[in-house]
Ligand binder design. Structure first.
Ligand code: PMP
Length: 392
């Protein structure tokens, strides 16, 4: 996909709003403006009905029931709500350990640290292998009756690793711990129609799945709902879990985005992503420069993700030289700008130099074969230019 002069290969940072999603949101920015919590008039009832429909669409995407879905502002808030919500209610109890994988997003790692500092929990990191897969034997050894919760993401945002959630879930459930899964990157990568049955709490983000920015959702399994303390208090909307007026256009947008990814159609789109991504990686690996794939090699990788190490180069310099013609990123978009090596790349054993040389490219449904060819040409030109300037 081209936006002006820029080929956009940063879909794991954010996806563009789907045209159908935008069209279905449009009326809610005009005529249909009722507050969904206004229970005294028909405009309010209409908005309430539309947000309920959106919750049902999100529920269907993951195999949950509509009353197990609560809208939030995005996956960051959702991850905070999952960890802090559980931790604050369980503080002081027997279960005082929390396990998080070493490659979680910072919106999981940071609230886990808060639970450690302010609520006396012990937070431990579950190691991953070179592909980014959680070490199941280590997880087994760490699990016991003192573990309150385990947080493991479904699909990694930097290197695209897809975890075996069903297997992980079985182990966690044997020990009675709560399983939180950050699935923000999952809807594009894998079919998730039964993800809710394997998890207790799950996080989603609208703008990672062709929906709008500023909305996300948390799934909380019905049996667990009395174990979560809200983050936000007020008028008691959304069964008291998250007070505040629901943003109807955003809810509708996220619902439609979920619907578009539910069912058969998404499978063909994923196959196309994989075909183009594999071609992109093959072309760059065969370019004569030393380029290697970081993370999983086979099917356990997000079909749109190509995390590539350009040995001997600086990822920042490459991306800088590619502006404004090609958009991709170093590390995750949320941490770009903070001058510290990616904790994900460190966790899979990359050394500092290779981490600094790694770029995440992520394709989208709108990426064309022509975009891929152009991108390869642009990258080769930049590598040539940078290597010349280095040898001068
Ligand atoms: N988790 C993962 C895996 C993500 O990739 C992101 C976005 N980078 C988030 C959480 C945060 O999502 P949001 O932007 O909706 O807050």
């Amino acid at each position: 996909m081209k936006t002006g002069k820029t080929i956009y290969l940063d879909h794991q940072a954010t996806t563009p709003l789907d045209r159908q999603v935008l069209a279905e949101m449009a009326p809610y920015h005009g005529g249909s403006f009722g507050n969904p919590h206004s229970s005294d008039h028909s405009l309010g009832w209409e908005s309430a009905r539309d947000t309920e429909k959106a919750a049902a669409q999100v529920a269907r995407l993951i195999g949950a029931d509509p009353d197990e879905i609560i809208f939030t502002s995005g996956a960051t808030e959702t991850n905070n709500m999952a960890l802090l919500g559980l931790g604050r209610k369980a503080a002081g109890g027997r279960r005082h350990r929390i396990l998080v994988s070493a490659i979680e997003h910072k919106s999981v790692l940071a609230p886990a640290r808060v639970l450690e500092k302010q609520y006396a929990f012990t937070v431990e990191q579950i190691p991953v292998d070179r592909q980014g897969c959680v070490e199941l034997s280590a997880l087994n050894d760490m699990l016991d009756e003192d573990v309150l919760a385990v947080s493991i993401m479904a699909v990694n945002n930097e290197i695209g690793t897809i975890q075996n959630i069903a297997k992980i879930s079985d182990r966690i459930r044997c020990h009675g711990a709560v399983f939180h899964c950050d699935a923000a990157q999952a809807p594009i990568a894998i079919p998730i129609a039964s993800l809710a049955t394997h998890t207790d709490i799950l996080s989603l983000s609208g703008h990672k799945m062709y929906g709008p920015m500023g909305i996300g959702a948390i799934f909380i399994a019905r049996l667990l709902q009395d174990r979560i303390e809200p983050l936000i208090y007020g008028g008691g909307q959304q069964s008291g879990f998250r007070s505040g007026t629901l943003p109807v256009p955003l809810c509708v947008g996220m619902g439609v985005a979920a619907e578009l990814l539910t069912g058969e159609g998404a499978g063909e789109k994923r196959r196309e992503l994989r075909r183009r991504r594999d071609h992109f990686v093959r072309r760059l690996r065969g370019s004569g420069w030393q380029v290697s794939l970081v993370g999983p090699e086979g099917g356990a990788r997000h079909p749109a993700n190509a995390s590539l190490c350009f040995h001997g180069f600086s990822a920042h310099e490459i991306l800088g030289a590619l502006q404004p013609r090609l958009a991709a990123s170093t590390g995750s978009a949320c941490t770009s700008g903070i001058p510290e090596p990616s904790h994900v790349l460190r966790a899979i054993g990359l050394n500092g130099e290779d981490s600094e040389a790694t770029i995440r490219f992520s394709l989208g449904f709108g990426t064309t074969d022509e975009d891929i060819e152009q991108s390869v040409i642009l990258i080769e030109e930049v590598l040539e230019k940078l290597s010349k300037s280095k040898s001068v």
